[in-house]
Design a binder for this molecule. Sequence first.
Ligand code: PHE
Length: 348
Amino acid sequence: AAVLADAQSTIASPGFDAEAFRLEWLGRKQGRLKQLSDAWLKTAPVEGKKLIGQRFNALKEAIEGALENAGTGTAKVTVSSLDITLPGTTQPVGAEHPLVKTMAEIVDVFRKMGYSTRLGPEVESDFYNFESLNFPPNHPARDTQDTLVIADQEGKPLRERLLMRTHTSPVQIRSMLMEEPPLRLVIPGKVHRNDESDATHSPVFHQVEGLCVDTNITFSDLKGTLDHAMKAFFGSSVKTRFFPSFFPFTEPSADVQISCIFCGGKGCRKCKHSGWIELLGCGMVDPNVFEAVNQRRIELGKDPVYDTSKISGFAFGMGVDRITMMKYGISDIGLLYSGDNRFLEQFA
Ligand code: PHE
């Protein structure tokens, strides 16, 4: 009885620590109950062992019961101190960034046509961003790219100098060095240009690149693929049209326009009353690009398998930011890079 009273008063005391009590009283090796049972049973005469055992078990059960009740007592206090009339705290919900979402949707359109995804580095060398893509050193076509270069690279040969990639096209080259035709690839990613920020320009923006290399790939494959992709992405009533253009790495090259998704081609403010919206650049892979790939493959000890008498290809590149802004009615590109939750939470 004295032992039980001692245990009960400990349990009832203010600031009672159930874990410490369990250790002190019920610990298997050093616990007070264990010590007690050792002492009682050792000294007990054989005929009394059974009775003492029963008493000990009763004591143990009583103490464990008291401990359990102490537990429910504590739980009750907690429940009654919870004021359910207080307003709740809202947890902010995360959302996929609209650029990431648009990029994934574009990639998905091509994935359904058998394309798979490749990625490449944002810090790129002059060789991959320019030279291999048929921009010779000092060629004026480089001026169209407003390149952000990495500092202190002058000591290196030009082709090794580092820069921020100005387009996703270098990943075409990286992929062709690693893999053999046939290829059907989409390359989403960030690109960088030395542009002043305004409502429609940002020094960092996004592109989705495409590359298809196989036997008998023609310009009509390019037209059919892009026409289908634009219909799948913007809706089946969208029309496409192709205009002659120039990129050093494609020949022939084209700019692609789609019928205005706001007015259906009738003319509105969004399409500057032309009925058409400029969307992407494309063309047939220039033989000089395949030649540069073969050359580099030989340097790397690989077969020059991009044989222009057997294969041909097309490539395209589209700006993701403008498409995203059109889709969601965003008037300032800066919002996409602001990290402002008032903007971002609208996409949750
Ligand atoms: N890389 C080009 C640009 O950024 C777009 C492009 C890609 C054009 C592939 C043709 C083929 O302007």
